[in-house]
Design a protein around this ligand. Structure first.
Ligand code: SF4
Ligand code: SF4
Length: 362
């Protein structure tokens, strides 16, 4: 009896703090949108990489290694200070696997200390109740896990089977919003998996989204009839997610190119583990400038620079940021920066292959 009372008290505490964080984050997101509509000189969303190493090795992924060390905390703080000085609204920590970074909580705390919204993309394998409570305490506001299948296979271990207990823990103890992303498209063995994953997420009180991957020639391949149905059903399930505003994804699902203005390098930045600014995870090497030397003028130039990869782009987070500015400032400039020599980066001259498309990246 006493135990049951203690349990319900704990659930009530989680419910209260989750609701409090939800409304606080929504109010901050609303402020972020108003600021982005009024002013164009600051980054809206920045992905930072404190840890390139990963504890998994998904065969499609080009965003990890198994050797690198964590970026030192003081260096991460300097980068975050710099991004805060630019007026950045949202920081999403990505990898590799960020939970491998020994001072991840301090990094999240530093983002919040600057008043920026703190999110993270993880494969979820290292989550425990204790780790989730530490993320609560650090002030994390969003977390995303991408699940590729219902049972692990040779391509990906990120399956519902291996991660279900982690999702239950998140459903029970996380104060922050948790989104589960599933994937459809070429290379996905059973499209019904995406639906099972999305329904499980929603049953646990989490949100769900769906990503689409390229075919084997790096081109769009329209989804089949049943896949389209699944896609639309998951988009409808994702009512609490901003992805429902993303009309691009509906066109990608049907293999259609889209007409939009990619503001990567300006409103969206990707900061690699070496502290260099890149357009996005799939166009690393452009512009490849150290963050400390990345000036307002450079951001303004990128704002007006047309990206040749935009019509076939599947990077949905940059497209969502693009919505804020698609109606203004036509892009009339061409890229000037050269790729960083010898960095083994993704080549802009061609479409990314499915392995490079990153659609299933955590
Ligand atoms: S791949 Fe997409 S997000 Fe990246 S630079 Fe090209 S258009 Fe922008
Ligand atoms: S997709 Fe995520 S979990 Fe898989 S290897 Fe890449 S970084 Fe690691």
């Amino acid at each position: 009896m006493k135990q049951a009372y203690g349990k319900s008290q704990a659930s009530l505490r989680v419910w209260f703090w989750r609701a409090a964080r939800f409304f606080r984050t929504r109010a901050r997101e609303l402020r972020m949108i108003v600021k982005a509509l009024l002013f164009t000189g600051h980054p809206v969303l920045v992905h930072v990489i404190p840890m390139r190493r990963c504890n998994l090795a998904c065969t499609y992924c080009n965003e990890f290694d198994d050797v690198s060390n964590p970026v030192p905390l003081e260096e991460m703080k300097k980068r975050l200070d710099h991004l805060a000085a630019m007026g950045t609204s949202i920081i999403t920590i990505s990898g590799g696997e960020p939970l491998l970074h020994p001072q991840l909580d301090e990094i999240i705390g530093h983002i919040r200390h600057h008043g920026m919204i703190a999110g993270m993309i993880t494969n979820g394998f290292l989550l425990t109740r204790e780790r989730i409570e530490r993320l609560n305490a650090a002030g994390l506001e969003h977390l995303q896990i991408s699940i590729d299948n219902t049972v692990p296979d040779e391509v990906s271990k990120k399956s519902l089977k291996t991660l279900d207990q982690k999702l239950v823990l998140l459903g029970n103890f996380a104060y922050f919003q948790v989104n589960i992303n599933s994937v459809l498209g070429s290379g996905v063995k059973d499209p019904e998996d995406a639906l099972r994953i999305a329904h499980r997420a929603v049953d646990l009180g989490l949100t769900s989204t769906v990503g689409i991957i390229h075919d084997h020639n790096g081109q769009f391949k329209p989804l089949g009839g049943r896949e389209i149905e699944i896609f639309e059903e998951i988009m409808n399930l994702g009512k609490r997610s901003f992805s429902r505003f993303n009309g691009f994804q509906h066109r990608v699902a049907r293999g259609q190119e889209h007409d939009w203005r990619c503001r990567a390098g300006s409103r969206y930045l990707y900061i690699c583990e070496d502290g260099l600014v890149h357009w996005c995870s799939q166009q690393r090497g452009y512009p490849g400038t150290p963050l400390a030397e990345y000036t307002r003028e450079m951001r303004e130039r990128e704002y007006r620079t047309e990206k040749g990869c935009a019509p076939g782009c599947t990077v949905s987070c940059v497209q969502q940021v693009g919505i804020l500015d698609n109606w203004r400032a036509p892009q009339t400039l061409q890229p000037v920066a050269a790729p960083v020599a010898g960095a083994g980066l993704v080549n802009i001259a061609r479409e990314p292959t499915p392995q490079e498309s990153g659609a299933g990246k955590t």
